[in-house]
Design a protein around this ligand. Structure first.
Ligand code: HEC
Length: 471
């Protein structure tokens, strides 16, 4: 009994001395660092939801085990609300020593590999192999009192190939034509577009019916924005303020996402389900095409209202635009269901002014299997506006036409079932997803030769050029 009393007394002394050091000792100055709530909510919390290869997401365990307690997400929610975020913040705070050396915080040492300064054991495994891991650095920066992300080391051009039958998208460096990163945890990634500052990449998620916001530096999904239904392609405005998402289920819509609040602000009803959506190069219009109803739907991006629609005689597949010298839209080039070529529509008069069919390629066997009613399914206008590229799944070639006179000026073999096209901003290379080869073909545009065949994931279709920040 007596021993127990002594023990209790000793504990009290220890506690009191700990408290007094933390109130009056050297710790006092350091606790002037106040961890920031906004930074925690927007930058740290996504780490608890992110899937790291071979690891379990933090949220799977920490809504129950251990004193580090995360709030469960509300039914159907994909992120914590304000109140839940506050509770998560308070819980994480208990395991940090703000302003001190990062390895003094259990929050930082527990998920960090022991070889990199982490502690010996975490029931949830080791999530970060070293202290330069971009996610670990976000957590460490928060503990150190950061209120915003550190400036990027560099902002670079990247080509993103989404793998339509995969759960990943491949990030290609156009300087080396190698895959330098993989964006995982998005099943059936469809369209891809970037934010102009390179901070995030948007990928539509067909499996979850979300627009996924991917952090360029961590390559992890940072937010999933719920859509009205199953999405197809996406497009960002040149100023980066909005993303338009094609909704592929009847009756059809184009969802409008405000990128600042990361929320859907409108769903614009369209004539038919929408396969692809684009923003015109001047940013004035969003243009969506319907396969089922054969309509082109044009939205004014200032009002987010439909300003005109045009019905064609076949389903609308990929589209692309060229511009007048003042930057306004000149023509829409459009591929149509069951047509091996493309049609040309004058954007001002809204009249079809030409239809160009691709001739067979001599010596090339015609492929008619698995065309999905789209023998030609990829269009691109080179950045200098001088050529129009169109891919043929039937003849495995890209056909290159001069602009504005639309004469065929060359062809290049680009693999089995070639699909979408993206160019480097300098126009030097064209990237084409060869769905049947699980590769992205890289074509030197001057010589029309294939300079690389980059192995990617399953059934690569959509490909996009984006800016990405590096940590
Ligand atoms: C597989 C389940 C699991 C996952 C995933 C997991 N943890 Fe844990 N975590 C635990 C368990 C169990 C404990 C308590 C035992 C221990 O301290 O290792 C714990 C303890 C902790 C603690 C210390 C809390 C205390 O009670 O002292 C922190 C902080 C922590 N985890 C952070 C994280 C973070 C951050 C992640 C994600 C990067 C994560 N954990 C992922 C299971 C998990």
């Amino acid at each position: 009994m007596a021993t127990r009393k002594v023990c209790q007394y000793l504990w009290l002394v220890l506690l009191a001395s700990l408290l007094s050091t933390s109130l009056s000792g050297p710790l006092q100055a350091q606790s002037a660092v106040e961890p920031d709530f906004e930074f925690f909510r927007n930058e740290v919390q996504p780490i608890f939801l992110a899937k790291r290869e071979g690891n379990v997401r933090c949220i799977q365990c920490h809504t129950r085990s251990s004193a580090f307690r995360l709030q469960p997400l509300s039914d159907g929610a994909l992120f914590w609300n304000e109140e839940q975020s506050r509770m998560n913040f308070e819980s994480a705070r208990a395991f940090i020593r703000p302003g001190e050396h990062p390895l003094q915080s259990r929050f930082l040492t527990h998920p960090l590999d022991a070889s990199a300064g982490g502690d010996a054991f975490h029931g949830g495994g080791k999530h970060f192999l070293n202290q330069s891991d971009p996610e670990w650095r976000i957590m460490a920066d928060w503990v150190a009192g950061a209120t915003s992300r550190r400036p990027p080391r560099e902002t670079v051009v990247r080509i993103i190939q989404t793998n339509a039958a995969g759960d990943d998208s491949s990030v290609i460096d156009p300087d080396t034509n190698q895959v330098v990163g993989v964006i995982g945890d998005i099943e059936i990634p469809h369209g891809v577009s970037g934010s102009p500052d390179g901070s995030v990449v948007y990928i539509s998620n067909e499996a979850m019916h979300t627009l996924d916001v991917v952090d360029s530096r961590t390559l992890r999904v940072k937010r999933r924005i719920p859509l009205t239904d199953r999405p197809n392609n996406v497009a960002t405005t040149p100023d980066g303020s909005k993303v338009y998402v094609a909704i592929m289920e009847a009756p059809g819509a184009i969802d409008v996402i405000d990128t600042a609040s990361m929320a859907r602000i409108k769903s614009v009803p369209t004539v038919g389900a929408i396969h692809n959506v684009y923003v015109t190069p001047d940013g004035r219009y969003a243009v969506g095409g319907s396969i089922q109803r054969s309509t082109i739907n044009v939205i004014d991006t200032r009002t987010d209202e439909i300003v005109w629609t045009k019905e064609m005689d076949a389903g609308i597949r990929p589209m692309i635009f060229d511009t007048h010298p003042d930057g306004s839209t000149r023509n829409i080039y459009v591929q149509l269901s069951n047509f091996h070529g493309f049609a040309v529509i004058d954007f001002n008069t809204r009249e079809e002014i030409a239809r160009i069919e691709h001739p067979p390629v001599e010596g090339e066997e015609a492929h008619l299997d698995g065309l999905q009613a789209a023998p030609a399914h990829g269009l691109g206008v080179s950045p200098d506006g001088r050529t129009l590229w169109s891919t043929s799944k039937v003849y495995s070639h890209a056909y290159v036409h001069s602009l504005p006179d639309l004469k065929e000026v060359g062809r290049v073999f680009v693999g089995q079932h070639p699909e979408w096209i993206a160019f480097t901003p300098d126009g030097r290379y064209a990237y084409i997803g060869a769905a049947g080869d699980n590769a992205t073909y890289v074509v030197d545009t001057a010589s029309l030769t294939v300079v690389a065949k980059v192995p990617v994931g399953q059934t690569p279709k959509r490909v996009g050029t984006v800016m990405m920040q590096l940590d």
